[in-house]
Design a protein around this ligand. Sequence first.
Ligand SMILES: [Zn+2]
Ligand SMILES: [Zn+2]
Length: 251
Amino acid sequence: MAQPTRAEVIEAELQRIIPIVVVGLVVLLAGLFLLYLSTIATWMPFVIGVIVTIAGVGIAGYGGWQYMQLNNLPSYRVLCPYCEKPTTFLAPPTEDYSCEHCHRIVAVEAGQIVPPLVLVCRHCGAPQKVSPRAKMFICDNCNGQNDLKPARPGVAAAPAGAAEESVEYMTYDLVLVEAGHNTDEVLEILCTVLAAPRDHCRGILKDLPMVILVDLPRRKADSYRRMLREAGAIAEVHPTGQYRPPAKQGM
Ligand SMILES: [Zn+2]
Ligand SMILES: [Zn+2]
């Protein structure tokens, strides 16, 4: 586990503090017993009972004080961009964490939560929220598997001097940023391009920006973009896996 949550830190601290309190209480009870003994047995000096009792109170009190200090731990709430439930840390998260509610990986870059990509299932056309770290995702709607290529394919694999060829092998993602005014025509194009039912496409238009197609050859991506632009929409082409949606306000 990378960065512990506040709850995890408190749990670890309790594992340490509880034994201290228990030992303190045992010593306290022993001291009270010795005090009692000193009243019935003459060989038992009263002062030893007092010392042991005070020691017990001291140890238990120290444990109790440490327990109170846990309330003063700093707390920093982060909302999961997938299930919108909070996870509390001691400091703003600096690295990816796994949401304790939905168990999805929340990507963190430069101290900021990276919003999920919204991708369109290539099987049924339903829009899906996907972690930018995901290599694949299973569609919630049709259970179809969608493979996502790692960022910048071909670049790492291309030998020196083959730069031009690697461009040929690169694939691109088509992002619909805004539908514009002529939503009916954009909807028409979406349904054709995605081969998806109309209500799915309507859902896509409500949740922009969205990566609507992945792993396209450059020419195909550009021609889809042109079609969408001619209908008044704003569309962008990004190398596969490179697109990052703008951070939403209030995150
Ligand atoms: Zn979550
Ligand atoms: Zn699907």
